[in-house]
Design a protein around this ligand. Sequence first.
Ligand code: SF4
Ligand code: SF4
Length: 236
Amino acid sequence: MKKQILDIIFACFDNWSKQFGLACTKGCAVCCTTDVSITAPEGELLLDYIVCQHGARWLSEKLDTTPLHRPLSQTINEYAKACLEGRESEAEENRVGGVCPFLEENICSVYPARPFSCRCFASTVCCHHGGNALLPAEYLSAATAVSQIIEHVGQFSLWGTMIDVLTLQAAAAGHICPAGHAQENLAAARGNCLTAIPLPGFLIEDRVADKVHGLLEEIFAARIAGKTIEAILNNR
Ligand code: SF4
Ligand code: SF4
């Protein structure tokens, strides 16, 4: 069920984002770093794809040779909750990770199963040769709102960087042997990962609300086995 929900969310966002004329093309990949956060359902999707397409040994080698990342301080919904309750909260600062281990010759080797953070990282100007990515406010707002929904889907399970979450999920599934260096990575991943929390409400600026609500309504109205995603997410 969670995989179906993710598939619908990814498809709706992909379709909605076509209006922005994004400059991103295949082989343009300087934005592919280890600075990618994911939820447990996204990790499960990715792990299944990797084991099926590349094998557990391939994954084990990738995880074993990827430098450890420093932990994230809060999930997106924790940040949203703090803002909505009027508590002071710092947005996660821009982080510069190493090259993503799944990038091979500038092509994503897990492309069909890549998490939402990879799908929404984009730019309307080419930033391949330097400079910052540029995105309209409604795109950024929508990407944040969709990330919040995905965290809600994965509530009470792992939330963290792609490498940390995958390390823990691969070990739990018996795909990596927890010995030597892997043992250290596993301990670090356990300390780094946070727990996803339910959606506390959205952070959407009034000036872009109409455009973002259109996307959210499309996602919530989509149906799986006769039930809307909104009803499924609300346990109705
Ligand atoms: S965000 Fe920038 S570097 Fe990344 S694919 Fe798009 S244009 Fe290329
Ligand atoms: S998973 Fe794929 S799209 Fe995401 S950062 Fe790695 S190489 Fe890039």
